[in-house]
Design a binder for this molecule. Structure first.
Ligand code: B16
Ligand code: MG
Length: 219
């Protein structure tokens, strides 16, 4: 293995990069949408990638034609969705972490890189515990320590601060265009995977997670 250390740290988005919770988000939002009688499908669900819980609710309510909800009602709807979502997350286990992702993370660490999480989710630590990565990362910045969600750079700047590295020393891995925008705004390089693959603003494009070894200079 040769090391070309362009980066000191890699900051990973969680949902859609390390593991896949989109379907659980979909099922939980769908239950809520059906209850209030608003149309919701997988295409609308795709727009919720990387977006905060309350902003996700606003996107779902774009199609709602009834009396406007009060802020309190919206908070209670988001809490209801989260309770359903948390129940579904209990089904996750170490089987939801692919060997490709785990092996790649181990090789990146062996290559001397610091590894952090930059997720909009307030459930990030719970999800990581479920998939066996509870104490794996060097730092976690998530929905609980930010005031503005992606595309604002706050979540990644906080991750860099917790990792004690400069923004320009970080590479962000993201599946959401809003996340690539956030990395760009933070002054960080980015690697796009999944839904964000091919997005012009990203520095690298990953066809598969292990392509990160090349993008990060570890192999
Ligand atoms: P929660 P990420 C994001 O996580 C999800 O992609 C997005 O769909 C979700 O609405 C958001 O977290 C908030 O999640 O309701 O659990 O706080 O992709 O930034 O890791
Ligand atoms: Mg994501």
């Amino acid at each position: 293995m040769t090391f070309d250390m362009n980066y000191k740290a890699i900051i990973f988005d969680l949902d859609g990069v390390i593991c896949h919770t989109d379907h659980y988000h979909y099922l939980a939002w769908k239950q809520l949408a059906d209850k209030i009688g608003v149309y919701f499908d997988e295409t609308i669900n795709n727009r919720l990638r990387g977006v905060s819980r309350m902003e996700s609710l606003e996107i779902i309510l774009e199609r709602y034609e009834g009396e406007p909800f009060t802020s309190e009602e919206k908070v209670s709807m988001a809490e209801e969705k989260n309770a359903i979502y948390r129940e579904l997350l209990k089904e996750m286990s170490e089987k939801d972490l692919s060997s490709e992702v785990k092996d790649t993370l181990d090789q990146l660490r062996a290559g001397g890189l610091l590894l952090g999480i930059g997720s909009s989710s307030k459930n990030a630590r719970f999800i990581m515990g479920q998939i066996g990565l509870g104490d794996y990362f060097d730092a976690i910045s998530d929905g609980n320590n930010i005031t503005k969600s992606k595309p604002d750079p706050e979540v990644f700047l906080k991750a860099a601060e917790y990792l004690k590295v400069k923004p320009e020393e970080c590479l962000v891995v993201e599946d959401a265009k809003a996340g690539i925008d956030a990395a760009h705004a933070a002054g960080m390089d980015s690697a796009a995977i999944g839904d964000a693959f091919g997005y012009a603003l990203s520095t690298h494009h990953l066809s598969t997670f292990s392509d990160l070894l090349k993008a990060s200079g570890v192999r």
